[in-house]
Design a binder for this molecule. Structure first.
Ligand code: FO1
Length: 319
């Protein structure tokens, strides 16, 4: 029986749904593939923000207010760095710092990012597979009216202020999906693919930009269901709506469904968007979509999985 679930995921919003999926699905039946286009080397350390956000969220360690980093974090390292005149625009908490130091040490020994991620997430007590999209470097570059900016310079240092006019994924054309990602795509028991409510342009597109990934997803028998990161024209978190306006799109579920055209079988929207959802070219499920509490995360995960299963059954019946 098909039962494996593949989730494609970015940072904060995606991590919340991933936590719900991890509560709903046994460890062996879920592969969480995470965007690494936000990764960068900072202060000599390899930082993988989306992997860490997913890991801390699944481990129950994340700061729920910020969405990234560890709850109850202290910032002595940053204060010392500032005193020394170091670069202080990107906040590395004292506990979080250990993650970047240990990841960098293991990578410098020649271990693949997938191997390092598996070891470090296991050490945090996470039984589910958190899989980088690729072991090869891919860097999201935001093209703005002020010139090209690496993702964290755009997102954190410049607070998404520059007006964006395009996005590219440096290194993507030469990157391969990580072994775990490739294996998940090839599973003959793959039942469902979930596109988490992450920014489609900044967090999911880098994953789809890896050669072979989009084609493999399009060829799957399993239904692909996305959870909209936009509610009533507003981004739940982050710059999705601002970016959409700057790229000439109207923020809303219509543009999200259009962006994933050819890929998507179903879109989960908030009831606020049910009217717009009626006109979409894909099946929709309208349920309250906020993912703040553990109960909401589990509820949306379970409803999305049941929706995907209903789409799979319909597809089987139509054959
Ligand atoms: N986001 C911020 O807005 N400011 C920060 O200083 C910051 C530091 C940071 C450190 C470690 C980490 O894992 C994530 C961090 N984030 C920070 C979040 C991160 O930049 C974004 O959430 C993701 O890259 C977007 O998905």
């Amino acid at each position: 029986m098909s039962r494996h679930v593949l989730a494609l995921c970015g940072g904060v919003g995606g991590a919340k749904l991933a936590a719900g999926l991890a509560r709903a699905i046994a460890p062996g039946d879920l592969s969480i593939v995470v965007n690494t286009g936000d990764d960068f080397v900072h202060l000599g350390l390899h930082v993988s923000p989306d992997i860490d956000t997913v890991a801390y969220t699944l481990a129950g360690l994340s700061d729920r207010e910020r969405g990234w980093g560890i709850a109850g974090e202290t910032w002595a390292f940053m204060a010392s760095l500032r005193r020394l005149g170091g670069e202080d625009w990107f906040q590395l908490g004292d506990q979080d710092l250990a993650m970047h130091v240990e990841r960098t040490r293991r990578l410098s020994e020649g271990q693949a990012l997938s191997t390092v991620t598996a070891a470090l997430t296991r050490a945090l007590g996470i039984d589910h597979a958190i899989i980088p999209m690729s072991d090869d470097p891919v860097a999201t570059i935001v093209q703005t009216d002020d010139g090209e900016l690496s993702f964290q310079h755009y997102f954190v240092r410049d607070q998404c202020r520059p007006v964006a006019n395009g996005i590219r994924f440096e290194g993507a054309a030469a990157a391969k999906p990580s072994p775990g990602f490739e294996a998940a795509l090839a599973r003959d028991d793959l039942a469902t693919v979930i596109l988490c409510p992450s920014n489609p342009y900044l967090s999911i597109d880098p994953i789809l930009a890896i050669p072979g990934v989009r084609g493999a997803l399009e060829d799957l028998d399993a239904p692909i269901v996305a959870i909209s990161p936009i509610i009533g024209g507003r981004a739940v978190k982050g710059p999705t709506a601002k970016l959409m306006v700057e790229m000439g799109l109207e923020p809303g579920v219509t543009a999200i469904a259009e962006h994933y055209r050819g890929l998507l079988d179903g879109l989960v929207v908030d009831p606020e968007d049910s009217e717009a959802a009626e006109a979409l070219h894909v099946a929709t499920l309208a349920i309250p979509n906020l993912l703040n509490s553990d109960e909401d995360r589990l509820r949306v995960a379970q409803a999305s999985l049941a929706f995907a299963e209903a789409l799979a059954q319909k597809r089987r019946a139509e054959r």
